[in-house]
Design a protein around this ligand. Structure first.
Ligand code: GRF
Length: 220
């Protein structure tokens, strides 16, 4: 018997191109996760339209409608649980959760970040990589812990920084890899192939940090 697909809630704030890569991957019945709900804190996020086009339920939880972070987080938590979500993917979600929220979903929240963590946490990371003179940049999928951009690293993909790169050109090169990396990492987590020990994650026993997914190996 095939194992049940894990129900995933994807949280977005904007265009949702990473959401699209997850929706596309989950369109294959053999993929171990299904996107059960897309939540945005912004009503005009284009990603909501992508979800509707894929026939996936959506919810808008506007942070401005809540008195504080605890109340906002509780509303997100309630929406995810009502939809039966077991895992959460942050995909360009521009809010930071309280430790309480994160602790309610232990090792069950993934984030994608457009740098090779632990370098360049926070915002404007592609611009900062160019300014710092980095010659290699990339993206990281990590498990979310209460510390921003600091949880166990599940997978990374590297790209070159070229001499004439602008923030836009580098961002586009990284984004192409994000769209390959995130579906692969979610598949590992959903299939129960990820183990976490301290701040280190492993996939089927191999150190995840040793998996250079550029190019993506056949079959992942
Ligand atoms: C991506 O670069 C992602 O790594 C970062 O925010 C951006 C979201 O883009 N966290 P999109 O909305 O998925 O197109």
């Amino acid at each position: 018997m095939t194992a049940a697909r894990k129900r995933v809630g994807v949280l977005i704030s904007g265009r949702g191109s990473n959401l699209q890569s997850l929706l596309d991957a989950a369109a294959d019945p053999a993929y171990p996760a299904e996107i059960a709900l897309v939540v945005s804190n912004k009503a005009d996020a284009y990603g909501l339209e992508r979800a509707r086009q894929a026939g996936v339920a959506t919810a808008v939880v506007d942070h401005k409608a809540y008195a504080g972070r605890d109340a906002f987080d509780a509303a997100i938590d309630a929406a995810l649980r009502a939809a039966g979500c077991e895992l959460i993917c942050l995909a360009g979600f521009m809010r930071i959760f309280t430790p309480d929220f994160v602790n309610r979903w232990p090792n069950r929240i993934l984030n994608i970040h457009p740098s090779l963590l632990p370098a360049f946490t926070g915002l404007h990371v592609q611009h900062r990589a160019i300014e710092a003179g980095a010659t290699i940049a990339g993206c990281t999928v990590h498990i979310v812990t209460p510390d921003l951009d600091a949880g166990p690293i599940l997978a990374q993909a590297a790209v070159p920084v070229l001499a004439d790169d602008t923030e836009d050109s580098l961002s586009a090169r990284i984004l192409e890899q994000e769209h390959r990396l995130y579906p692969a990492a979610l598949a590992w987590l959903a299939a129960g192939r990820v183990r976490v020990a301290g701040n280190r994650a492993s996939v089927d026993g191999a150190m995840a940090s040793g998996v250079l997914l550029s190019p993506l190996p056949e079959g992942l």
